[in-house]
Design a protein around this ligand. Sequence first.
Ligand code: UD1
Length: 417
Amino acid sequence: MNEIIIRGGKPLEGTLRVQGAKNSVLPILAATVLHPGRSLIRGCPRLSDVEASVRILRHLGCEARWEGPDLAVDAAPLCRWDIPDCLMREMRSSVIFLGAILARCGRAETSYPGGCELGPRPVDLHLAALRKLGARVREEGGRLCCEAGEMAGREIALSLPSVGATENLILAACGAAGETLIVNAAREPEIGDLQAFLQAMGCDVRGAGTSTVRVVGRQRTRDAVHTVMPDRIAAATYLAAVAAAGGEVELTNVRASHLSTVTAALHEAGCEVCGDEERLSLRSGGALRSIGTVRTAPYPGFPTDAQAILMAALLRSRGATVFVENIFENRYRHVDELCRMGADVHVADRVAVVTGVERLSGAAVRCTDLRGGAALLVAGLAAQGTTRIGEVHHIRRGYEDPVRDLRALGADIEERP
Ligand code: UD1
């Protein structure tokens, strides 16, 4: 098993181009199934979750080929509508294929998706939404068997703005007759990117980014080319790394407006943040101050995916910061690992209190999940001495090559088998 080794305490300097967004490319790859032809996904990040999506596409009979940084998918030869358990378990986002396969084939069979690392992650909203569209969904022996029947568009209100359920419903609605109106839809920017890809493909989807999305199904689709939007959580990770380690870094390929809650928090902590919509610079002396309570919330609130990362940046701040995790039940698993490095963090239920310490010391730690792993990178860069991070496959799910990127910024970091 690989480990990442960091000799911390070095400031970071330089310019870095941020990868394409994991959370938008995964539903986009599922959406390629809708069109019996070619889709070219430009700037597709090479992540293990993307490789898992490619394995699903190939299992379904699609062709998927890397062309440098782009991924070309031909879904014309698609010949199956089932996804085996071993592929479903590789990642949570596999469930998004359900809506897409249903729209294309009129039926779909999968098992429950994997990825329960943040506590229970049910798919009840996904299934309820598909049923409201007219699909027949049977849950039998761990398998989900869906038949589209006469799927017809209608108004469907989600009981909470789930990102995945919104995406699944948009994809299924592309195969339903007439107009579907999704009320209380999630407003995350990645849904806007999915909409942009679907529009390029000829689908009629509008309203992404607001809480009402309208889909008119059964449009004639065409070959599409789409460039994946920048990854706001990868950007947040590198900003937090500079905030914690000190230095000055410029990020390119960002959408600053998608990062406003994160940059506001880092500014409040004492970092200088400037730039325009497409590039962001951050300067930090490394010694930060605590900030007001950070509450995670659906977009445009503070992203749950940046909670662990910001926490890691504040471990050496003056004073105490309170985090309240409102999206997932079990999203503090990184805290024990941070405490091994000398951090002072106390968790009670959904609340974590971080009291800044004078210094962090390198230690042997293990990634507990994707963003928890990213938090260990941030803490390791700010710690004195050597940090050895194990179970780094979690990090590979969402970051193309963090060792390459951080080394380019002057970090003393390497990966060893
Ligand atoms: C997506 C993101 C993930 C991010 C999360 C919240 C992708 C690939 N993943 O995950 O990185 O952390 O949004 O911003 O885009 N819920 C239910 N029933 C359901 C579905 C969800 O109860 O059927 C609950 C979840 O348990 C959670 C909340 O709703 O408490 C939000 O989850 P959701 O927005 O669906 O997250 P994901 O789409 O899984």
